[in-house]
Design a protein around this ligand. Structure first.
Ligand code: CA
Length: 237
């Protein structure tokens, strides 16, 4: 992995916020591509191939949701959603669309930088993982190739979902609390982000075809967290 400066696509229609965040990111040596609407965001994403996207939810021309969906159709590039809404349901909208994280406005620039660093570190460590393969028969996780084959079919996971699955699958049977998963998968320690893990688990299950009512691989441990168990028969409890 090169030490080259990382490029961040910053999508924010409020000029004051955009300028402030841009200045802060540049002070941290990131290369910033600032855009003010959703259409410009999609265009800049395709042309500039950024390392990370900071994406406001409410935007002119094309909403942040649409932009997020469009990017996810072809890329796993990390996305941090910005939202002014405070309802938990609204907050997790971004994660359901495949964003890696979200920030509620107003946020501290320091916290934003911490999140960016954590996400970029996660992507890097996922890329640098040594050759290793977890083969549980109907699910195979190729750590070096960053691939998951569930029931014979290759699945397309985001960096966070892949990290979540490998964290659980490396220690089958072990129960991880939500807090542990926040630290290991998201790479930071903030209170109240357990819901983020639930949302990632939901996306992961849906992508690998793990029915939440039958729980073939990822099992909910009520009131605590999650556990990977590849040995249980399908449909058994
Ligand atoms: Ca906005």
């Amino acid at each position: 992995m090169s030490e080259d400066a990382k490029t961040i696509l910053l999508v924010e229609d409020e000029q004051a916020v955009r300028s402030a965040v841009q200045a802060y990111l540049e002070r941290e040596n990131y290369v910033v591509i600032p855009v003010a609407d959703g259409q410009a965001a999609v265009k800049a994403f395709e042309e500039e191939n950024p390392d990370l996207v900071i994406l406001d939810l409410i935007l002119p021309k094309l909403s942040g949701e649409r932009v997020c969906r469009t990017i996810r159709e072809k890329s796993d590039t990390p996305i941090i959603m910005l939202t002014a809404k405070t309802e938990v349901e609204d907050r997790i909208i971004g994660l359901e669309l495949g964003a890696d994280d979200y920030m509620i406005k107003p946020f501290s620039p320091r916290e934003l930088i911490a999140r960016i660093r954590a996400i970029l570190r996660r992507v890097q460590s996922a890329e640098e993982m040594t050759t290793e393969r977890l083969d549980y028969g109907d699910i195979i996780i190729d750590l070096s190739g960053h691939k998951v084959i569930a029931r014979g079919k290759e699945k397309d996971l985001t960096a966070s979902e892949f990290k979540l699955l490998t964290t659980l699958a490396k220690s089958p049977g072990r129960v991880y609390t939500r807090t542990e998963l926040v630290e290991r998968v998201l790479g930071y320690d903030f209170e109240g982000f357990e819901r983020t893990i639930d949302s990632h688990v939901k996306n992961l299950r849906s992508k690998i075809g793990d029915d939440p009512r039958k729980q073939r691989w990822i099992h909910t441990v009520h009131g605590i967290g999650y556990r990977f168990d590849p040995h249980k028969e399908e449909g058994s409890y």
